[in-house]
Design a protein around this ligand. Sequence first.
Ligand SMILES: NC(=O)c1ccc[n+]([C@@H]2O[C@H](COP(=O)([O-])OP(=O)(O)OC[C@H]3O[C@@H](n4cnc5c(N)ncnc54)[C@H](O)[C@@H]3O)[C@@H](O)[C@H]2O)c1
Length: 420
Amino acid sequence: MREETCRPPRLAPQPGGRRQSGRLQTPTAILPTAGPRCARSAWLAYSRGMRLLVTGGCGFIGSNFIRHVLEARPGWSVVNLDALTYAGSETTLADLHESGGGGPGAPASPDATATTTAAAGPGPRPPAARYRLVVGDVCDAAAVEPLVAGCDAVVHFAAQTHVDRSIADARPFVLTNVLGTQVLIDALRRAGPADARRLVHISTDEVYGDLPLDEPGRRFSEDSPLRPNSPYAASKAAADHLVLAACHTHGLDAVITRGSNTFGPWQHPEKVIPLFITHLFEGRKVPLYGDGSNVRDWIHVDDHCRAILAALERGGPSRGGSSRIYNVASGIEWSNLELTRTLLSIVGQDERMIEHVPDRPGHDRRYAMDTTLARAELAWQPQHTDLRQALARTVAWYRDHAAWWGPLKVAGDPINPPAR
Ligand SMILES: NC(=O)c1ccc[n+]([C@@H]2O[C@H](COP(=O)([O-])OP(=O)(O)OC[C@H]3O[C@@H](n4cnc5c(N)ncnc54)[C@H](O)[C@@H]3O)[C@@H](O)[C@H]2O)c1
């Protein structure tokens, strides 16, 4: 059967979906009545006009994801709920904020997207006209609920994300990463049938714990037990469990992506790659933990964002997949020492610029994940497979954007101080 000859989706109210204002409001509404191929094409038609709620979209991956979605899906609109913590800056999406998108401070109203829609004329609307920032806390149910009710799907990035900060003080990690995720789940349930809006929960490889350095063939699969080692990883694992519990108990339609260490433009200078790059630009030594033997899988943020979008559109049991969890990694494993040497050579420096500092307590040795599922079910694969080249482009980006990262180095912050 050709896709376009499919029986159109039934629009009468039925379990798992509802109709409002003459248009199908939830993709899952059609799934029980149409064959798999029909459901897929109707879902794709539906998804052309998707209203996304993104949490934490002023941070690193969230901001890259918003840019990617607004470019790649011209009919979609995005409401970005961000608390603008130290890690989230309006300047990260300044072009969208300044050229017509909703500026900061907009009320947490369900009309947030509709406002931009109403203002739009005929024809494709530019990205900024399909974007709005709402400044608010994901733990604030009163702010979150109307935003969830006004969207078709949620992509949840908002989190406290720096492992060292979680070792110093775990409380903000428990609040945002655990409570914030439950607030979103509750809002999704209150907004209608639990499966009416898809949640894509952005998680991390760190939930699996670490692997020994001397077993290079071992990798975590989506079925591996969660054995988080840092307070950050423990809070993310707790959130994953809450999402999975809501799927099992309440029928929530959710997909979880577990990404590996990510790098690229707009990453806060507290994280290792931009920290080292910006230190070297400032003529400072780079602080390398221990002997630098810890191994990480590095993925470019563009590849990570494409996987997240694919998980939203194609992932999960309700879209024909077998899993609701997808590992997302490049398969390129480097030790921290290799990474540091490469960055030094890109900026024209040598190992005299390394300052070996005492190791992080409980420092995970190696992360590595099997990505067979994501490649098979999401039709995804990483494109930035030359790590040295991708790092050189990232160095060039930070060279050109000193006005962005300079103010993010904060006096008195032991983790990310400005140059003295
Ligand atoms: N960066 C990585 O290498 C990596 C790898 C895998 C997974 N992840 C996950 O991806 C997500 C995004 O990571 P990132 O590196 O972009 O983080 P980030 O620290 O750069 O950004 C986090 C964003 O969340 C916002 N935020 C924090 N607390 C909030 C709250 N209570 N309410 C609303 N907004 C809040 C911040 O203001 C910021 O804009 C996180 O969930 C993280 O666990 C990151």
